[in-house]
Design a protein around this ligand. Structure first.
Ligand code: HEM
Length: 196
């Protein structure tokens, strides 16, 4: 558990805030399962952002905080996995409360959960060794699948409601993607020495 304490403490705080927000629903005596589902997704998104962008960010920003966090991406990734599992837990409560269940429409989202499971299960040194060259593409695909999940959900919410909070969340997702694309092209650009 060494090195995980801070991120797990932050996650606990985030999930408490999500539950608190859900308890402040229309009826204060009843947990608002719609809100709980939404807020747990939001908490997990806040953990997803650094996991998705730290490598690209450290390419442009050499700030000590960024450099200190970069080698801790694995811990952050696992914390994000737990956070997103909390979203899944909230979805199960949501279904139980409404007497509903998953439908075929949830297929893509459930597939993303399966990829997240693979990502978390292979976020350790023995798995890195066992997967060898397959490790990077596997994690790349899982990260982008999760990104697409957040990006399309927030794009949809923004189009539906136009609420400023969704503009902010969609803006964060777009900025994260732009940062990764910029780092990708910046790393491919030949340095001054290779031109000579
Ligand atoms: C079968 C799997 C899933 C189900 C049934 C599901 C269901 C839900 C429900 C009921 C809500 C709350 C109601 C709403 O805001 O419309 C929600 C919110 C959300 N979910 Fe999921 N979800 C699933 C998987 C995922 C995955 C894999 C991602 C991202 C990779 C994701 C991202 C989000 C986001 C971003 C929100 C909105 C949070 C906000 O309003 O800030 N969900 N989901």
């Amino acid at each position: 558990m060494k090195g995980y304490q801070e991120s797990l403490a932050l996650l606990t705080l985030g999930l408490c805030a999500a539950t608190g927000g859900a308890l402040l629903g229309s009826d204060p005596a009843v947990l608002d399962y719609d809100r709980l589902t939404r807020y747990t997704a939001r908490v997990s998104f806040l953990f997803f952002l650094p996991v998705f962008t730290l490598s690209a960010l450290s390419h442009f920003v050499r700030h000590p905080t960024v450099l200190a966090l970069r080698p801790r991406r694995r811990q952050l990734g696992i914390t994000f996995g737990i956070a997103h599992l909390a979203h899944f837990g909230a979805i199960l409560l949501f279904h139980r409360h409404h007497g509903t269940w998953f439908t075929a429409e949830d297929g893509a989202a459930l597939f993303i959960y399966a990829l997240l499971g693979v990502q978390v299960a292979t976020s350790n040194t023995p798995a890195v060794r066992a997967l060898g060259k397959l490790w990077r593409p596997t994690h790349w695909v899982a990260s982008y699948a999760l990104f697409v999940g957040f990006f399309t959900t927030y794009l949809g919410r923004l189009q539906e409601s136009g609420a400023p909070v969704f503009l902010l969340l969609f803006g964060l997702a777009s900025a994260a993607w732009a940062l990764r694309v910029a780092a990708f092209f910046s790393k491919r650009r030949p340095g001054p020495l290779s031109a000579t």
